[in-house]
Design a protein. Structure first.
Length: 325
């Protein structure tokens, strides 16, 4: 199931890719050979365009090098799969297609085919890509998975690291009053809303003030029926402006008006507390899974390096040659 999910994510990237028009204009030449298997420059350009969908901010040079690395790995894996007679059965392909349908909210292969062809891709090419990825997963399972082990000592060490970051973390229980400001509001309207919020803040600080009642009567926010209660939250869980105000207050203190895209807020911290680290039993399984994925990736890269050492790889386009350290 984990492998199928990984495959589905890769195929989603294919769905997002339109025709690579730039590659049609590229003068095709040999960019690399892997045991006499040729990788052309147009293949590298096309793969780089695909990778750009996943990493739109990456430089073109980085994308081209990553594309070359991917294509070299595919050639090496293909050779290993041929030697091991690894094949993908029709039932396995159908199961993978069903997974893609579910993850994309589609009800039939006809819908998936229409989506693929709507992006300028050939359906047969799409299926070939899926078969190749399924076969590579079978190869990795055969050659790598047996090498992947995660000990309980490793899980406990990682838990200690996580617990150390969680231990002593602060959490606040806050309430707020919202004075909304329409998105199209002018400066005068924004200022009037701020003055209203400031008056409410002053009132909320009075000795006999009932913040809950004030929120119920004056707040424009959906939480007004609960007295403006925002509940307990840690850093990173609330709108940044509200979070900054709340964590800057002591229990019982009321903020000055705080501006967010919703309007002006008056924040009161009801309580503060230090959160204990989550117990080992709660985190052990997620940590174990994370360590397993990390080790699987390391062992896969190690296997790939072994295949590279056993192969003859040349780079007629020098820019793609690996840098030597």
């Amino acid at each position: 199931m984990k492998n199928r999910k990984h495959i589905a994510l890769a195929l989603l990237a294919l769905l997002a890719l339109g025709p690579a028009s730039a590659s049609a204009a590229t003068v095709d030449r040999i960019a690399c050979t892997v045991d006499n298997e040729v990788i052309t420059l147009s293949e590298v350009e096309e793969r780089a365009t695909l990778l750009q969908v996943q990493a739109p901010r990456a430089s073109r040079a980085t994308l081209l090098r990553e594309a070359m690395n991917d294509l070299v790995a595919e050639r090496l894996f293909a050779k290993a799969m041929k030697e091991l007679a690894i094949e993908v059965q029709p039932a396995e392909l159908q199961a993978a297609l069903q997974g893609v349908l579910q993850q994309n909210g589609l009800s039939s292969q006809e819908q998936l085919k229409a989506a693929v062809e709507g992006q300028g891709l050939e359906w047969d090419e799409y299926l070939d890509t899926m078969k190749r990825q399924l076969a590579q997963s079978k190869l990795i399972n055969l050659r790598v998975r047996s090498q992947v082990k995660v000990s309980e000592d490793e899980v406990k060490r990682r838990y200690a690291e996580v617990a150390a970051t969680e231990k002593g973390e602060q959490e606040v229980h806050a309430s707020h009053i919202l004075v909304t400001v329409p998105a199209e509001a002018g400066e005068a309207q924004v200022q009037a809303a701020r003055e209203k919020a400031a008056a409410l803040a002053t009132k909320a600080r009075e000795a006999d003030a009932d913040f809950d009642a004030l929120a119920r009567s004056s707040s424009d926010g959906p939480s007004k029926t609960d007295g403006g209660d925002l509940g307990w939250f840690k850093r990173g869980e609330m709108v940044p402006e509200l979070e900054k105000a709340a964590f800057g207050l002591q229990a019982g203190e009321v903020s000055e008006p705080v501006r967010t895209r919703f309007g002006w807020h008056v924040v009161k911290v009801q309580e503060r507390r230090t959160v204990a680290a989550r117990p080992f039993e709660q985190l052990a399984d997620p940590i174990r899974e994370r360590l397993y994925r990390e080790e699987m990736e390391r062992q896969t890269l190690r296997y790939l390096e072994e295949l590279k050492k056993a192969a003859v790889i040349t780079y007629p386009v020098r820019e793609f040659a690996p840098t030597r350290t």
